[in-house]
Design a protein around this ligand. Structure first.
Ligand SMILES: [Zn+2]
Length: 263
């Protein structure tokens, strides 16, 4: 699942490719919007709110194309005629201008709403870690509201703070020395946790390889994520892989039982 910094990069790529341009193709390959035609409309901008992408398009009125990458989705910006990197049948949206083709593959959400109804889409989100209005105190307040909840689950709840996915949630627990099941109310310093979350995403938003260790070499860039059974980089204890979260939405979790004791 893409993390907030990955979505931020996608937004910036789309924004650079399409903003201020007139659409020569608009192809929405989802049933609800299959008949929509925004050819001739001008793309105002693309921005990210947490893990949601908002592409604002001005036609007869101002619309917002809302897309979400979910598990497998991705946007690609191509030249006209360039071979698509994924099968055409997985494309959900195609937006083209004179010199650019943007294709959204396997998008988990595709919808178009009037611009003034954007808050219906993203109004529930907590403070956006990569947003211009990032508010750490508000994120702490929201986390604290449910003190019995496991800290990793609380970090993943986009209503508390927006942008953390499974990888960063697990890495944050390691960096703070917290067993992922630790109740939020027992986390000694929530402000530090939230501060590190912001720092991690902010440092990685411009990087091609996501790193939490500071080492950009593949295989050395993460503390515990996807390292089940391998030795902890700090103490050598084997990293434990487990499944957690509500039924039907279980996620894989990695932690070092020595460095991350349950408080
Ligand atoms: Zn360890």
């Amino acid at each position: 699942m893409p993390e907030g910094d990955t979505v931020w990069r996608a937004a910036r790529m789309l924004d650079r490719a399409l903003s201020g341009r007139t659409l020569t193709t608009s192809d929405f390959r989802v049933p609800e919007y299959a008949t929509w035609d925004l050819v001739g409309a001008e793309v105002a901008e693309t921005t990210a709110r947490g893990k949601h992408l908002l592409t604002r398009i001005d036609a007869d009125r101002s619309w917002t194309l809302h897309t979400h990458l979910k598990m497998e989705g991705g946007w690609r910006v191509l030249r006209p005629g360039q071979r698509w990197p994924r099968p055409a049948h997985t494309a959900r949206v195609v937006l083209a201008t004179d010199d650019t083709v943007a294709v959204g593959f396997q998008l988990g959400i595709v919808e178009i709403v009037p611009r003034d109804r954007e808050s219906d889409l993203v109004g529930h989100l907590g403070p956006d870690l990569l947003g211009p209005d990032w508010d750490p105190a508000e994120a702490v307040r929201r986390l604290r509201a449910d003190p019995d909840r496991a800290v990793k689950e609380a970090l993943l709840d986009q209503r508390n703070l927006a942008g953390v996915g499974n990888m960063y949630a697990g890495e944050l627990c390691f960096v703070l020395g917290l067993d992922p099941r630790t109740p939020v109310g027992r986390v000694p310093d929530l402000a530090r946790l939230v501060g590190r979350a912001h720092q991690m995403l902010d440092q990685n938003r411009h990087r091609a390889v996501q790193s939490t260790t500071g080492d950009l070499a593949r295989g050395r860039n993460l503390w515990v994520h996807a390292r089940g059974g391998q030795p902890c980089r700090r103490c050598g204890t084997r990293i434990v892989e487990s499944s957690s979260g509500p039924e039907g939405q279980e996620r894989v979790t990695f932690h070092c039982p020595h460095c991350q004791p349950l408080l």
